[in-house]
Design a protein around this ligand. Structure first.
Ligand code: UD1
Ligand code: MG
Length: 457
């Protein structure tokens, strides 16, 4: 792609139509196929986000009947997208025509994407649209298939695309062709309805094939073109094994991108990211770490092995894990330390604060440089409501303490080990909430003698 192609494309208006009315029978799922996730975002969400990045100026999504769940997901990702329902599933051209109202608006380019093809990249749509700017009526996206079975075949003459033949309708000779249809297409906006309305269903499946618009365009004297992409990008998901394959590919991309941006991954194949994970320069991620949605890790922080993070922000130079669990709202301050078997939820941990072992902090704020001893628990829930725990700067919470919220522990205050704290502790005070220890001299000797005598009887 030359720069002039990209700029020619970007000045053109573009309607994207995403097909997602497929039943996804092979997924064997109560959930519609396009809502299944890779890298913690629905496949449909990936496609919609990519289309926005690719410069689509309007979007239409074609869904099956009674798919409010799909409509909700569409609204979440791209609020201005319009939703069209395809009631009878009569083929890909019929699906596109379900968005007739959108197609009737004047637009330079129309692109067709599939909701179950989540690996497609924004620059690929740009490549697909480029020939339209030079007068082509239809551009089809082709790839060299390792195994072409099931795909539509490109019938070409030199660089010209003459037709796309669906597998079931192809002759033996045509089935030997390995340049296949990836399914995505770009159509000149002023011709789209003319071409689509001429599609008929006299083929092996009795469906209205989108692919037929290639031959129709040529019969009307228009030019058609091909854009070639890698097989990986047009990987479609029909079953759970293909979903797992898509996850592998997307994780690999995310790992490569993290390393390219200056993050150390000691064993990249063991680290799992979300589509939105953000990692600063010189962050180190040790083996076997899982990033759920919404995690930001700032410069030079270290995430040790076997940690699970979700909805958390980790400031620069902080250390998390091994075996840490950060849940939504965990805000870990600069150079703070979260150690092994620590769970943190909806809590601000101040700069340099330490929570080194075996602790639960929920709905709390912990001041800078405070030290939370092993086995500390914020008792934040009374069975009905959640309550907050405030711990001041430089406070020292002795091991095995229960902090019964709502509770405030002042700056520089101490909590004696093993305390159950139910009353606020002022700045620099000591709070103790435990039974007093008694010592009985010689008690053990007496006890052993009595016990021994009782056993003989
Ligand atoms: C289609 C192409 C084929 C290409 C292949 C690539 C046609 C006729 N064939 O075949 O050339 O090699 O994709 O994967 O286009 N859909 C609807 N409503 C319908 C039918 C389909 O929304 O009535 C949606 C599906 O949900 C899916 C997409 O369109 O997202 C493609 O449909 P599918 O049935 O998978 O087409 P293929 O037979 O795979
Ligand atoms: Mg398919």
């Amino acid at each position: 792609m030359t720069l002039s192609h990209a700029s020619q494309v970007s000045s053109r208006s573009c309607l994207a139509i995403v097909l997602g009315a497929g039943e996804g029978t092979r997924m064997k799922s109560a959930k519609p196929k396009v809502l299944h996730q890779v890298a913690n975002r629905s496949m449909l969400g990936h496609v919609l986000a990519t289309l926005t990045q690719a410069g689509a100026t309007s979007t239409a999504v074609v869904v099956g009947p009674d798919r409010e769940d799909v409509a909700r997901e569409v609204q979440k990702i791209s609020a201005e997208a319009r939703i069209f329902v395809q009631t009878d599933r009569l083929g890909t051209a019929h699906a596109v025509l379900s968005a007739r109202e959108a197609l009737a608006q004047p637009v330079d380019d129309v692109i067709i994407a599939f909701g179950d093809t989540p690996l497609i990249l924004p620059e690929t749509f740009t490549k697909l649209r480029a020939p339209l700017a030079e007068g082509a009526a239809v551009v089809a996206m082709g790839f060299e298939a390792k195994d072409p079975t099931g795909y539509g075949r490109f019938i070409t003459s030199g660089k010209e695309l003459l037709a796309i033949r669906e597998h079931r309708d192809a002759s033996e000779a045509e089935r030997a062709i390995t340049l296949c249809n990836g399914g995505l297409m770009a159509i000149r906006g002023d011709l789209a309805l003319t071409l689509l309305d001429r599609v008929e269903n006299n083929n092996a499946k009795g469906e209205y094939y989108l692919t037929d618009i290639v031959e129709i365009a040529r019969s009307l004297g228009h030019r058609t073109a091909i854009a070639v992409v890698s097989e990986e990008e047009v990987h479609g998901v029909n079953d759970r094994a293909q979903l797992a394959a898509a996850e592998r590919m997307i994780q690999d991309r995310l790992r490569q991108a993290a390393m390219a941006s200056g993050v150390t991954l000691i064993a990249p194949e063991t680290v799992f990211f979300s589509h939105d994970t953000r990692l600063g320069q010189d962050v180190v991620v040790e083996p076997h770490v899982v990033f759920g949605p919404g995690v930001v890790v700032e410069e030079a922080a270290v995430i040790h092995s076997f940690s699970h993070l979700e909805g958390a922000r980790i400031a620069s130079g902080a250390g998390v894990g091994p075996f840490a669990r950060l849940r939504p709202g965990a805000m870990i301050g600069p150079k703070a330390k979260v150690g092994n078997f620590v769970e943190i939820k909806n809590t601000d941990l101040g700069a340099g604060a330490k929570v080194s072992h075996l602790t639960y902090l929920g709905d709390a704020s912990v001041g800078a440089e405070a030290n939370i001893g092993a086995g500390t628990i914020t008792c934040n829930y009374d069975g009905f409501n959640k309550h907050r725990t405030e711990i001041g700067e430089g406070a020292f919470i002795g091991s095995n303490s229960s902090l019964v919220a709502p509770i405030t522990i002042g700056k520089g205050a101490f909590v004696g080990s093993g305390s159950v704290i139910t009353d606020n502790i002022p700045n620099n005070a000591l709070g103790l909430g435990r039974g007093r220890q008694t010592v009985k001299e010689g008690w053990a000797i007496e006890f052993r003698e009595k016990a021994q005598a009782a056993k003989k009887k």
